[in-house]
Design a protein. Structure first.
Length: 149
């Protein structure tokens, strides 16, 4: 059965792909979760127009994200937090704290989902935080955590 994927299905297809799948897979999984539609002639023509628009939008988004990445080059975010007597933070640094610091200090809107924290930040110091904007655009921003006085 030939279908058009309306959503990304890991290991099977990306959004916009046209593939042959088994009928049961389509009826039991793809159709109920609205991840694919049957590939009729009318829908194929319509989807080609959508695909062209999606590619243009994707390129515009990538250009915008690369501009944001250039603005972050050499930037160092500074976050002030309360510290215990032992020198650890009362709360950890979360993605929300990092995006708030970037917005306040550099006037950049960075979604929380772009912040990739590999380890918990629970101490004072400088840490490298990876920002993954998607579309292959990622950068590392140093975040300095200092004691709030």
């Amino acid at each position: 059965m030939k279908v058009i994927f309306t959503d990304h299905v890991p290991g099977v297809a990306h959004r916009g792909d046209v593939k042959n799948v088994r009928g049961g897979f389509f009826r039991n999984y793809l159709m109920p979760y609205k991840k694919a539609v049957p590939a009729t002639e009318h829908l194929l023509k319509d989807w080609e127009e959508r695909r062209k628009r999606m590619l243009i939008e994707k390129e515009q988004l990538k250009t915008k994200l690369e501009e944001t990445m250039r603005r972050l080059a050499g930037a160092k975010a500074k976050i002030e937090k309360k510290v215990t007597k032992k020198g650890t933070l009362y709360g950890g640094i979360k993605a929300k704290d990092i995006t708030a610091a970037l917005k306040e200090q550099f006037k950049l809107e960075v979604p929380e989902t772009a912040v990739v924290l590999t380890d918990h930040i629970k101490a004072v110091g400088t840490f490298d935080v990876k920002l993954n904007f998607g579309e292959g655009v990622e950068t590392i921003v140093p975040v300095e955590v200092v004691e709030k006085k």
